[in-house]
Design a binder for this molecule. Structure first.
Ligand SMILES: [Mg+2]
Length: 416
C-alpha cells in the first residue's frame, strides 16, 4: 500500500474535492483531520446542488451512507462499565471453553487482538486485557436505538448486522446542505442518544461508501465525491473490495493483481478466466461502479427457513447439504403461497455469534429450489473463509411478487 492509502486509514479523515465538482471528475483530494465535530466545515460553496423537495430527479448522483459502529460490543461494555474505559477489553467466551473474540476495544487491538481470534491467543497477546462475556440482549437493545436514528433520517435503511447499515439519503441530502453535513448530523445524533461512536462513509454507491467508512475508523467521516470513486479505490488492496473473499484474493494475488486500481485495469477476459462469471461484476466494483440499490428490509415480505446446528460447522459437505435443504424448504413455501422472489438472502451466524446477512438480487423473480440454492451458495462462497465456523444458517427470499404482479414489478425503477 502506498503512502496516500496509509494516510487515509491512519487517522479519522474527511476526503473532499478541492472545489465543487458538478459534472466533472475530481481527482484531487484534501484530507482534513481529525476534529470533524469540532469545526472542519467545508469552505466555499457546497458541492451538492440544491435538490427539489419531495423527489429525486433521474440522473442525479445518489448519496449513500454506510454507518458502522466502532468496536460495537466492546464500546457498549466500556460505556456501561466505567471501570473498563481506557482499558483493553475483549468480549467473548472463556479461553477454557475455547471461546473466541466477538469484539475487541481499540486498546486491545493495539496489541494485535482481532475479532474471531481464539480467546486464548488474544489473552496471550494482551495479558492485561479484561475479558467480558457477551450480552447480546443488551447489544440488540442498543442496535434498535441506533437503527431508529438511522430511520429518522430516511426510510431507506438496509441493516447488514446489529451495528452497521446502508442509508440512501439522496432525497434528504439537500435538507442537510451536503453529504458531509448529513454525516456530521448522524454522528452527533448517535453520540447524543447512545454515547457511542459511529464511523460513516458517504459516496454515490454502496461499495465505495462501505470502504470509506472503514477507511475513517475510528470515529471517522469520509466523503468520496461523485466522480472520485475510482481514484479513492485505486491504491487500496483488493481485499478491501466488498465481495473479494479469501479465495478470490489468492487467485488475484497469484496473478499479480494486488490493488483495486490494478483490478480495474485488468482485461475483462483475463478476469473471467481467473474468477469465472463474477469477474466482470468485480471489475465494475473496482472501477467504482455499483448500481445496487439500498434495499430496506421488509419483514412482512419475506419467506425463508433457518437452522441452528448442534455443533458449529465449517464450510463443507454438511453445511452445503443444510443449505440445499433450506433452499428447498424456501422454494416449497414460495410455491405454496404462489409467490416468486427477486432477492435471496443468506444469513450466517458465526461461532462467535457475529451474524451477517448477504443478499443478491435476480433479474427475474423465481420460486425454483435450485435457483435459490445456487444464489445462496454463491453468497456463501464469497463469505466463508478458511477457519470460519458457523452455528446458524438461514435462507430468505424477499422482494416477493405473486404471479400477476411480476410484469408490474419489472417496471419499477431499481432504486429511489
Ligand atoms: Mg462495527
Amino acid at each position: 500500500m502506498t503512502g496516500t492509502a496509509a494516510a487515509i486509514t491512519a487517522v479519522p479523515t474527511i476526503v473532499r474535492p478541492l472545489r465543487p465538482c458538478q459534472g466533472r471528475h475530481v481527482r484531487a483530494w484534501r484530507h482534513v483531520s481529525p476534529g470533524l465535530d469540532g469545526g472542519g466545515r467545508p469552505s466555499g460553496p457546497s458541492p451538492e446542488a440544491p435538490r427539489p423537495a419531495g423527489g429525486v430527479p433521474s440522473g442525479v448522483d445518489r448519496t449513500i451512507l454506510h454507518a458502522d459502529m466502532d468496536a460495537f460490543y466492546a464500546s457498549v461494555e466500556q460505556r456501561d462499565r466505567p471501570e473498563l474505559r481506557g482499558r483493553p477489553v475483549v468480549v467473548g467466551g472463556s479461553p477454557e471453553g475455547r471461546g473466541v473474540v466477538a469484539a475487541a476495544s481499540y486498546e486491545a487491538r493495539a496489541s494485535g487482538v482481532r475479532s474471531a481470534m481464539p480467546m486464548s491467543r488474544a489473552l496471550r497477546l494482551c495479558p492485561q486485557a479484561m475479558r467480558v462475556p457477551p450480552r447480546f440482549d443488551r447489544y440488540g437493545e442498543v442496535s434498535r436505538q441506533v437503527m431508529a436514528i438511522f430511520r429518522a433520517m430516511t426510510p431507506l435503511v438496509e441493516p447488514l448486522s446489529l451495528d452497521e447499515a446502508f442509508l440512501d439519503i439522496t432525497a434528504r441530502v439537500g435538507a442537510y446542505g451536503s453529504a458531509a453535513a448529513a454525516g456530521r448530523w448522524l454522528k452527533a445524533e448517535v453520540r447524543r442518544a447512545t454515547a457511542l461512536n459511529v464511523s460513516i462513509g458517504a459516496a454515490t454507491n454502496k461499495t465505495v461508501a462501505k470502504i470509506a467508512s472503514d477507511a475513517g475508523k475510528p470515529d471517522g467521516l469520509v466523503v468520496v465525491p461523485p466522480g472520485g470513486e475510482r481514484a479513492f479505490l485505486a491504491l487500496l488492496p483488493i481485499r478491501a473490495l466488498w465481495g473479494v473473499g479469501p479465495k478470490a484474493e489468492a487467485a488475484l494475488v497469484a496473478a499479480g493483481i494486488r490493488t483495486i486500481g490494478e483490478l480495474a485495469e485488468t482485461d475483462a477476459g483475463r478476469l473471467g478466466r481467473l474468477l469465472g462469471p463474477r469477474g466482470a461484476a468485480l471489475r465494475d466494483l473496482a472501477c467504482g461502479i455499483d448500481e445496487r440499490p439500498v434495499e430496506p428490509v421488509r419483514a412482512r415480505k419475506s419467506v425463508g427457513a433457518e437452522t441452528t446446528f448442534a455443533r458449529d460447522l465449517a464450510d463443507g459437505d454438511e453445511l452445503r447439504a443444510a443449505l440445499a435443504r433450506l433452499a428447498e424448504e424456501t422454494g416449497v413455501r414460495l410455491r405454496e403461497k404462489r409467490l416468486r422472489a427477486r432477492t435471496v438472502v443468506l444469513k450466517l451466524r458465526y461461532a462467535d455469534f457475529r451474524t451477517v446477512t448477504r443478499r443478491t438480487t435476480r433479474a427475474e423473480p423465481t420460486d425454483d429450489d435450485e435457483a435459490i440454492r445456487q444464489a445462496a451458495s454463491a453468497l456463501l462462497d464469497r463469505t466463508a473463509g478458511p477457519g470460519d465456523r458457523f452455528r446458524l444458517l438461514g435462507v430468505q427470499c424477499g422482494q416477493l411478487a405473486d404471479h400477476g404482479e411480476e410484469s408490474q414489478l419489472r417496471l419499477w425503477p431499481r432504486c429511489t
